[in-house]
Design a binder for this molecule. Sequence first.
Ligand code: BV8
Ligand code: ZN
Length: 244
Amino acid sequence: MEKDINELKKIIAKSDRITVLTGAGISAESGVPTFRGSGGIWRNYQVTDVATPQAFARDPELVWEFYNWRRKLISKVTFNPGHKALVELEKHVNDFTLITQNVDGLHREAGNRRFLEIHGNLWVVRCTKCGMLTMDRSQDMGRLPKCTKCGGLLRPNVVWFGESLNPDILGKAIDAARNCELMLIVGTSAIVQPAASLAFKAKAAGAELAEINIERTPQSGQMDFVLTGKAGEILPMLVENYER
Ligand code: BV8
Ligand code: ZN
């Protein structure tokens, strides 16, 4: 069932508890390739074949080539009006949580404070031996970066396919889904689990759901609002002239 932007603006204006779930689509207009589009392929590897613990165990240099490629690419881009609109929204809403599947760090860079990076962050590296976490913005971490503390091999601190999400972060995301009046689902193909199930948790708890995407997704039929278009265009319209 689709309603229009003005109707959704009114609901946003009277909602005290809003949760937003974003995916790669919100960073597309910044120039970050999505996983579904051509971005899903890197040097004819499927991302789902490279972003796995098995791939890292088998060929850590290849996996680091992939992440260095993404570091180089993402270090050249910045947040877009879609990210900025969510910073604006956070200022107005008492109980706001931004859940992102993205590891590019652009929500943090745009200025959001209450965010959950459920798949981790590309700019943080973790030692596979001692577990030390380090924020490192290098465009190229080198072929096989080593821990300065113990010499162990470093890995990106992201959640790979087949790996569990951090239970604390996932728990907070589930709470934010269950306790909101409205969930905006922005720029995600709703394929990856358990992220995609958060929309249903919100709906089951009585929230209204609004999908913002350039195309329909497998979840469109469950939405109260389906706004078809670019996140960088629709989100600013939803928050401009915000008034309670
Ligand atoms: C887990 C970090 C299990 C890495 C990511 C079968 C086999 C094996 C596993 C599974 C399986 N079936 C299900 C699974 C589980 C698996 C999964 O869901 N697989 C998928 C592929 C089916 N999930 C996992 O493995 C998760 N872990 O389940 O653990 C477990 C359980 C118990 C005990 C042990 C283990 C972990 C999933 C996390 C994977 N890591 N990222 C990295 O990024 O380097 S996920 C990766 O995909 C990114 O984070 C990305 O964000 C995410 C999802 O993609 P989207 O964000 O939706 O992006 P996508 O490109 O798909 O879509 C973009 C959308 O934007 C499109 O709809 C497009 O139309 C739209 N769009 C484009 N431009 C715009 C736009 N919208 C608006 N405006 C625009 N301008
Ligand atoms: Zn170490």
